[in-house]
Design a protein around this ligand. Structure first.
Ligand SMILES: [Zn+2]
Length: 336
């Protein structure tokens, strides 16, 4: 559709850093063995998911690979698992380890060793010692945004700083990454994470990203594909279509996902196609409009369910614009 095509063309013309040589696809899992949750997969299914990529020649990379650019073309998969569910323990030792995968675990310390469904500190330490990377995922898993910053500075600091400190003390390592709870963030969140010495942060906006992180302008808004029961097949097909163009897998419902947050970000940061002042101005206003649209309707879908993703995925058509009032209200309240 026109909008996304134009933007895609604009991004290419702008000379955005290329994901062709060092693109990374980041997956976001939550839990395993819970039949009642659309965010949970059986251990057997997880094994099939990892085999799916392994058999197609994808490399599973670690956090340090992503950071330092130890990537191979575009077929790089980085696995993240949010929330510290106790099932991660079995998933790691049964599946991830077998494939040499070092997943990043997004942990919010409030539940560790306290809730029956959560990992214990001992298990977490064991996973960390075995090679899993650990990211702070807030302290209490709150919306870490401007509203929290303004209304409860202590809670905001707990989410961003205390979470890091506790994990570092308990696990004896440096915490370098942050995973936004619900994907929610504001500019003040990003600035705070930078000041605290984080090297990057993860959202739940679909897309491919760039490695090494030092050349990635979107390193505090790293995209991830949320893997859920209803969407995993179309998501995997979309990933394959993007990163492994020879593969013939095509699914109509994923047509339209033409641009990645990384490209948008690059477009936003370098919004001119030639050096003439006029061109800079006109491109800037065009991209401003695009960015506004995308921020309001797409980038902000931090907590959106897969329904919205599939709405997005179907096409950038008028249906997409009919976002319900409830979500609009949520976004107004919680996002920049
Ligand atoms: Zn979470």
């Amino acid at each position: 559709m026109i909008l996304s095509s134009l933007l895609l063309a604009a991004s290419i013309a702008l000379g955005a850093p290329s994901v062709e040589k060092n693109g990374v696809t980041i997956l976001c899992y939550h839990a395993f063995n819970n039949k009642n949750s659309p965010y949970s997969f059986s251990i057997e299914d997880l094994d099939k998911h990892m085999a799916y990529f392994a058999e197609r020649g994808y490399n599973f990379i670690s956090w340090s690979d992503l950071k330092d650019g130890k990537t191979f073309g575009r077929k790089n998969i980085f696995v993240t698992v949010d929330d510290g569910n106790k099932s991660v323990y079995e998933a790691y030792f049964t599946v991830f380890k077998k494939y040499g995968i070092k997943p990043m675990l997004g942990i919010y310390p409030a539940i560790i060793g306290k809730m029956h469904y959560a990992l214990t500190w001992k298990q977490l330490k064991e996973l960390s010692d075995a090679g899993c990377d650990i990211a702070a995922h807030g302290y209490n898993h709150l919306y870490v945004n401007q509203k929290l910053y303004d209304s409860n500075r202590k809670a905001f600091n707990n989410e961003t700083a205390l979470s890091k400190k506790i994990l570092e003390e308990k696990l004896g390592l440096k915490i370098e990454a942050f995973i936004y709870p619900f994907g929610v963030r504001s500019q003040v969140t990003i600035e705070t994470l930078k000041a605290l010495g984080y090297a990057g942060a993860f959202t739940i906006v679909n897309g491919e990203t760039l490695s090494p992180l030092k050349i990635n302008h979107a390193r505090f808004e790293l995209p991830r594909y949320m893997i859920t029961q209803p969407t995993w097949k179309s998501t995997f097909a979309a990933i394959l279509r993007k990163t492994n163009p020879k593969d013939k897998t095509r699914i109509a419902s994923v047509e339209g996902g033409l641009f990645t947050p990384g490209m948008l970000y690059a477009a936003e940061k370098k919004p001119h196609t030639s050096d003439s002042e006029e061109s800079k101005k006109s491109d800037l206003s065009f991209l401003d409009k695009q960015m506004k649209f995308v921020r309001e309707n797409f980038m902000t879908m931090g907590v959106a369910t897969y329904g919205y993703y599939s709405m997005w995925n179907k096409t950038m058509n008028s249906k997409f614009l009919r976002l319900d009032k409830k979500k609009d209200a949520f976004l107004k309240e919680n996002m920049r």
